[in-house]
Design a binder for this molecule. Structure first.
Ligand SMILES: Cc1cc2nc3c(=O)[nH]c(=O)nc-3n(C[C@H](O)[C@H](O)[C@H](O)COP(=O)(O)OP(=O)(O)OC[C@H]3O[C@@H](n4cnc5c(N)ncnc54)[C@H](O)[C@@H]3O)c2cc1C
Length: 420
């Protein structure tokens, strides 16, 4: 076998994508003395990093392909009001994704993927603390309560089983099993229809848009430029450096480049050997006023609805829609989320919605992100985190910065090799 080509530690690096993952990578590269330019075709937090639920929940950060999702998916995906939606005519790429996803939705594949998440989950919050200590001016909030709420005990058993599996994979997560009345005592915003709940401990949350903008401010203050409106159309490895070309005709040379383009990772990654399909798993959110603001996130797992207190508004998020990232916002999905939450929330004004939003989770068929070196020693991938790019974004940046600056591949990143 020919020796693997390596490159000297880069001094000037371009990061393509100004979402959580790209900006965290830029920040941690700066920690290591690298001069960074961030390029985004729209601007800071223009992709999935804006309207998501903002949960920092390493305790339940698990692979998306799992046996229950598959069973559910096959039953209900074709209805516009179902929380999982697959268009009736899937194109070849989507079919490839769905076939791979189904193949990975077995208990043993889940256990293997979970073993890859555990060491990341252990360190995920420490990376947020490093960002705070380094001057990023946005808070992470301790979730005083993190409530998963159900109509019935039978519905609750699904998460209890999953928590048992999470425990046996070696991941710590403390929780209380509550009746509906006990849950309402903690969260008066839960309606009388809630008959069973689980309260998770030691998780956090953020206002993701605000946080990512604060991260961008810090990256700028440390000397980087963040270029909005820079649509990167080509990357050429010239042997001693890379050229990064945009649709506006700019053509700049860097020592290395990081592809942190979220659901669009494949577009630039494929030519560097990244063959894993990154499929848009689109989610929706909106915000509402509520009488009693919950003390932390509220989760309705059976409806797949996630609620997060953001100041004086409650963000309500949900849906997994496997469609083109650029497709227009489908109002039926917003209504479906509101109708799913309505019977379970008390005092929420679900008809006066603001901030309606759609964004694309970058989903891979095996549920694992793509982080590390590509076929070129000067081109790195950082994306494909699916449901968990906010929780794992900062640690991804920290570990990848170590690898890019010559520290070798951190053990935590081995399962996420972009060339797998
Ligand atoms: C409804 C919903 C709820 C979620 N809730 C959570 C949660 O609670 N916790 C959690 O951890 N995760 C959550 N997620 C997942 C999380 O939002 C994503 O995993 C994460 O934001 C991905 O970040 P990213 O930086 O990889 O991608 P993005 O934020 O999508 O950023 C990619 C950027 O790349 C830019 N770009 C793409 N192509 C190019 C190009 N060619 N040239 C220049 N720029 C380009 C885009 O403009 C974009 O700004 C949720 C997602 C959704 C949809």
């Amino acid at each position: 076998m020919p020796p693997i080509e390596s490159a000297p530690a880069p001094q000037r690096v371009a990061v393509v994508g100004a979402g959580m993952v790209g900006l965290a990578t830029a920040w941690f590269l700066q920690e290591r003395g690298v001069q960074v330019t961030v390029l985004d075709r729209t601007g800071v937090a223009a992709g999935a990093s804006w309207g998501n639920a903002g949960w920092l929940t390493p305790g339940i950060t698990t692979p998306l392909p799992e046996p229950a999702v598959l069973r559910y998916g096959l039953r209900a995906v074709l209805s516009p009001s179902s929380p999982v939606y697959v268009p009736p005519r899937a194109d070849a790429r989507l079919l490839r994704f769905l076939t791979g996803f189904a193949r990975h939705s077995t208990p043993s594949k889940w256990r293997t993927a979970m073993r890859a998440f555990v060491p990341m989950n252990r360190r995920a919050l420490e990376s947020f603390d490093a960002l705070a200590a380094g001057g990023v001016g946005a808070m992470t909030h301790e979730a005083k309560s993190f409530m998963a709420a159900y109509r019935t005990e039978a519905e609750r058993s699904v998460l209890l089983d999953e928590l048992a599996h999470i425990h046996s994979a070696g991941q710590a997560i403390e929780f209380d099993v509550l009746t509906g009345a006990e849950a309402r005592e903690v969260e008066p915003s839960l309606s009388d229809n809630v008959g069973a709940a689980i309260r998770l401990h030691d998780q956090r949350y953020i206002n993701p848009g605000q946080y990512v903008h604060a991260l961008a401010d810090s990256v700028r203050a440390r000397g980087a430029s963040i270029v909005a409106g820079a649509d990167v159309t080509d990357i050429r490895d010239e042997g001693t450096g890379v050229r990064v070309v945009t649709s506006a005709g700019t053509d700049e040379r860097y020592d290395a480049v990081v592809l942190a383009t979220g659901t669009w990772l494949g577009e630039l990654g494929r030519r560097f050997g990244v063959r894993t399909v990154v499929q848009a798993g689109r989610g929706y959110s909106f915000s509402v006023a509520i009488e009693h603001m919950p003390a932390g996130p509220v989760y309705f797992p059976a409806q797949r609805v996630a609620c997060t207190p953001l100041g004086d508004r409650l963000r309500v998020a949900g849906m997994m829609e496997f469609r083109r990232a650029e497709a227009p916002l489908d109002r039926r999905r917003i209504s479906a989320i509101a109708e799913a939450a309505r019977p379970l929330l008390r005092g929420a004004d679900l008809d006066a919605r603001a901030d309606e939003w759609v964004g694309a989770r970058p989903c891979t068929p095996d549920g694992l992100p793509l982080i590390g070196r590509t076929r070129s020693p000067r081109v790195f991938a950082a994306g494909g985190h699916g449901m968990w790019g906010i929780t794992l974004g900062p640690l991804t940046g920290e570990l990848l910065a170590e690898q890019i600056t010559g520290g070798g591949q951190p053990v935590e990143l081995r399962p996420f090799d972009p060339l797998r």
